[in-house]
Design a protein around this ligand. Structure first.
Ligand SMILES: [Zn+2]
Length: 127
């Protein structure tokens, strides 16, 4: 289960950040997850609950912001969201071949949509 291994490294990062701050509890965690990661938010939540059990992050609320794929065109400079005909792509992820510039049909590079990043974490410092 892909979500589980992604969340495992996330939770490790969260716990070590919280520990470094001397936190007694993690209150909330925010993530940005690109649609092209094909990570299922429900599965991420489930993995988060399981992996934080018995840690100071147990019961923390998890906010998941989903990020639409965006591209930059190498030919005309268009930047923005793009439609993609999605089939699940397995790791390592590549730009699906059906993605072209919506303006000129040129080749594009992906500038958003594959991220899975921790954007903020709120902790409680003392009892
Ligand atoms: Zn273009």
């Amino acid at each position: 289960m892909h979500e589980f291994s992604v969340m495992q490294s996330m939770v490790e990062m969260i716990l070590s950040m919280a520990e470094a701050k001397g936190a007694v509890k993690v209150l909330s965690v925010s993530l940005r997850v690109g649609e092209l990661t094909f990570l299922n938010p429900e599965q991420l939540r489930f993995a988060f609950e399981v992996l934080t059990e018995g840690t100071i992050a147990q019961g923390a609320s998890l906010l998941i912001e989903s990020v639409k794929p965006a591209v930059r065109c190498r030919r005309c400079g268009y930047e923005g969201e793009v439609d993609y005909r999605g089939e699940e792509v397995h790791l390592p992820l590549v730009v699906p071949l059906s993605v072209k510039c919506p303006k000129c049909g040129g080749d594009v590079e992906l500038i958003a949509g594959r991220e899975c990043t921790l954007t903020s974490i709120k902790v409680k410092l003392d009892e």
